[in-house]
Design a protein around this ligand. Structure first.
Ligand SMILES: [Ca+2]
Ligand SMILES: [Ca+2]
Ligand SMILES: [Ca+2]
Length: 219
């Protein structure tokens, strides 16, 4: 009897292992990812930008990213600091043998990283996409992104220009931060599958901040 039970347990574990190995969410053209609310660290007196949903949508020319926050973006930005809300890492050839390995991520093979940020425009014409200007009134909030390419290991180089932050984004409405990254900047072709993972920047669960990977076939 004891021997039989052991056998049953071994078979059960083998089934579990093989199921786990193929567990990657597959999606076509678009995917919506949920993130917990209330799982962020504040930064000084700035509330942690708490992401609750990320929608990745492809339209044949752009990867459109919409980040939904737990509260209106104004709550996190007005009188507080600008900054990135998520990172997206992309294995654009769906090949783990090519590309780099992000710091604190256990899998290699990523070609690009997109950082999606929220910026503040001030009444004196100043702009902050990280940190803040002191003693100046904020008059507008807008999204932006930075695109980086993995060069070797965890090293990256920026592909997007290190200026024109506003030209790459759009005004922030309500709780959504939206950007569009052209396929052309990442060498993407319509119809190809890309492996990606999203990380909430203010996440307080160190090393668990990446949401499960998705294999997305782009439009
Ligand atoms: Ca969250
Ligand atoms: Ca790759
Ligand atoms: Ca999270």
């Amino acid at each position: 009897m004891k021997k039989l039970m052991c056998l049953g347990l071994t078979i059960g574990m083998a089934v579990f292992t093989s199921t786990f190995a193929v567990q990657i969410q597959k999606a076509t053209h678009t995917v919506e990812l949920e993130d917990a609310a209330g799982d962020v660290n504040d930064s000084g007196d700035s509330p942690g930008k708490d992401v609750v949903k990320v929608i990745l949508d492809t339209d044949g020319e752009n990867l459109n990213i919409a980040v939904v926050l737990a509260k209106e973006a104004k709550f996190y930005l007005e009188g507080h600091m600008a900054g990135d809300v998520i990172d997206v890492i992309l294995d654009t050839d769906n090949d783990q043998a090519t590309g780099g390995k992000p710091f604190f991520y256990d899998k290699p093979g990523f070609e690009y990283q997109i950082q999606v940020g929220a910026c503040i425009e001030y009444e004196n014409g100043g702009i902050a996409c990280s940190g803040a200007l002191r003693d100046v009134k904020a008059v507008n909030f807008f999204s932006t992104y930075a695109l980086h390419r993995f060069t070797e290991g965890s090293n990256t180089e920026q592909v997007s220009e290190s200026f024109n932050w506003k030209a790459r984004g759009r005004d922030i409405q309500g709780d959504r931060i939206e950007v569009s990254v052209p396929y052309a900047q990442m060498g993407l072709q319509a119809g190809q599958p890309i492996r990606l993972a999203v990380k909430e920047r203010a996440d307080s669960t160190f090393k668990k901040e990446y949401l499960p990977e998705v294999l997305l076939t782009i439009k």
